[in-house]
Design a binder for this molecule. Structure first.
Ligand code: G3I
Ligand code: 9MR
Ligand code: ZN
Length: 540
């Protein structure tokens, strides 16, 4: 890096592919700019066009195109006296990013030593190996170990796990060629793709969330309170509690287990069978509990609630996956019935999961579907993608976020939109969707109003102080790499941002500070859509 890098010119700090359309954004009025290589030679001169107003950042922004630069190398953009961060042009700029995003799940593993050979300076001892207590049944203790920590905290939450697993397994299902390299992780064997080995670590834990007495699934496994920020996982020794069963957890569990059963079938039939059996038992619980009160944190439990009033979308997703995996018409019938009750058919969140049900159905052999339903769901998916494309075409950063989208975890909203665009492209093959999805990734990686790569360890100016307990508590300066930060959140829902960011425009409501859990935390389900999106671009 050299020169005056002041955030006036923003680029994808990880890089652009040789064939890419290459845009940089310039704050303020446009004008002549140069692309400079690392031998200080000007390789291109262009002009950033007329500036447009970007509502989300409250700034004028103009766009400069340097697509004609196709020589592999490292570059900066020079504009008046300001420089951009360094970026690369290469055939596959996202390969290491992809590995890093996946490796983050290994770093979140609970219940196992993270050895130096895999974890480097971020190694630590096994954590949370004690049994968990079933809330309100103090004498009932159950194995609870394994899986991934949810986030910057050490809780493990069923619906969060299901979203993360869905994105990862879907990425593998649709883009298997993206997973032919090893991460590597301790289980890497060169036969089973590492992503499936990593997901299995989570699935083995998820089985433990199913109540052996009723088939329902516990909503979460956490301590009563969040431990202090400066706490290594193995130092967090308070009792662990299984919160009560919920319908949303049971629905998401049934769905993800049915999906997993299909994916693991060619590799391990025994495991695949366990998955579908658990899914079926969870489904029976759902059938026996058609109306079930939505989950609320019990009195003493103050950790993440993952509340969700509506469980029809979880049931819809479960029916779709169970139908797809078993071929049993009973689930098809249920799916069709739930279709009319489900409004959120294109959402890919931890609360609104209908999109996964829709995608599952669309990935069926059309002969096994009701063609009217199939066509209308596909049309809805395409309309959703068109909507995002339209917004992006008017947006100065070429993304589909509107002011209202800068909520807690806005980077997930961003990446979910990119997923929808890529999924729509999967069915109707439209290059504009792919380019638009890539623009979303460019935003994540630095081409945004904050001039910040929101992925730790990737990009010259990337997030350094995530709200992530091990990153805070360990003695290593650098945060653990490969984590997607939550991103700008105009709700200003933590004390740090309340104090420092009053009045900021939505896209600038972000603080790279360890106390800002409402803007700068990390979670499994913000990383997982990033894996999905990056997977597309490394295998296309
Ligand atoms: O959807 C509404 C939107 O309609 C409204 O306009 C907007 C205004 O603030 O709010 C939106 O809701 C927000 C919701 O996230 C969106 O998903 C809520 O305000 C916000 O409070 C809520 O935050 C959730 C947060 O927990 C607090 O409950 C995040 O989604 C969720 O990702 C986060 O999850 C936490 C876990 O509880 C604990 N582990 C870490 C994890 C990540 O921070
Ligand atoms: O660390 C917690 C984070 O994982 C949650 O997302 C967040 C919201 O539930 O809460 C964080 O914990 C904070 C708590 O809510 C309030 N006191 C400070 C805690 C951070 O150290
Ligand atoms: Zn742990």
């Amino acid at each position: 890096m050299r020169g005056n890098v002041n955030g006036l010119i923003v680029v994808d700090q990880v890089g652009y592919a040789v064939k890419d359309k290459k845009l940089a954004m310039f704050k303020g009025k446009g004008g002549i700019f140069q692309v400079v290589n690392d031998h200080k030679q000007v390789v291109f001169e262009g002009e950033a066009g007329i500036a447009g107003f970007d509502e989300a950042s409250g700034e004028y922004v103009s766009l400069g195109d340097f697509s004609s630069v196709t020589t592999i190398g490292n570059y900066q953009i020079l504009f008046n006296d300001s420089y951009s961060s360094t970026f690369s042009i290469s055939e596959k700029p996202y390969l290491d990013l992809h590995t890093g995003l996946l490796k983050a799940f290994y770093f979140l593993r609970c219940g196992i030593d993270l050895d130096e050979s895999y974890a480097g300076p971020w190694n630590h001892k096994a954590c949370h190996t004690a049994k968990g207590i079933v809330y309100n049944e103090p004498h009932r203790v159950r194995d609870s170990s394994g899986g991934w920590h949810d986030a910057g905290d050490y809780g493990k939450y069923t619906v969060a796990a299901a979203k993360a697993l869905a994105d990862l397994l879907l990425a593998y299902e649709l883009f298997p060629a993206a997973f032919d390299r090893q991460i590597p992780i301790p289980e890497s064997d060169g036969k089973i793709p590492d992503i499936l080995l990593e997901c299995r670590y989570e699935l083995e834990w998820l089985f433990k969330m199913q109540d052996e007495l009723t088939g329902g699934v516990f909503h979460k496994l956490t301590t009563f309170n969040f431990p202090p920020l400066k706490t290594m996982p193995e130092e967090d020794r308070a009792n662990l509690y299984f919160s009560p069963i919920s319908a949303t957890a049971t629905g998401s569990f049934a769905a993800i287990m049915a999906l997993a059963s299909r994916i693991y079938q060619p590799f391990d039939q025994e495991f695949s069978k366990r998955c579908i059996e658990s899914a079926t038992i969870a489904w029976k619980w759902l059938e026996n509990h058609e109306h079930y009160p939505s989950f609320k944190n019990p009195e003493q439990i103050k950790t993440g609630e993952y509340g969700d009033e509506i469980d029809s979308d979880e049931r819809y997703w479960a029916a779709a996956e169970l139908y797809k995996t078993t071929g049993d018409e009973i689930y098809h019938k249920k799916f069709k019935q739930l279709l009319s009750e489900t409004e959120l058919k294109y959402e890919l969140g931890w609360a609104d999961v209908g999109g996964y049900g829709t995608i599952s159905y669309l990935l069926l052999n059309k002969a096994n579907t009701d063609s009217h339903i199939y066509d209308s769901l596909l049309q809805g998916l395409v309309e959703t993608a068109e909507h995002f494309l339209e917004i992006s075409q008017k947006n100065q950063y070429c993304i589909s976020l509107t002011n209202e989208d800068y909520i807690w975890g806005s980077n997930m909203v961003l990446l979910n939109h990119a997923m929808i665009l890529l999924l729509a492209n999967h069915f109707v093959n439209k290059i504009n969707y792919v380019e638009c999805a890539k623009a979303h990734l460019h935003y994540l990686l630095g081409r945004n109003p904050m001039n910040l790569s929101y992925v730790t360890g990737f990009g010259e100016h990337s997030v350094m102080n995530p709200h992530h307990r091990p990153s805070v508590a360990d003695e290593v300066t650098a945060p653990i790499p490969g984590f997607v930060s939550g991103g700008p959140n105009s709700g200003l829902q933590d004390d740090y941002v309340k104090e420092h960011l009053q009045g900021e425009p939505p896209a600038k409501c972000f603080a790279d500070h360890e106390d800002s859990y409402a803007t700068n935390e990390v979670t499994i389900y913000w990383n997982s859509p990033a894996v999905f999106v990056a997977s597309y671009f490394i295998q296309e």
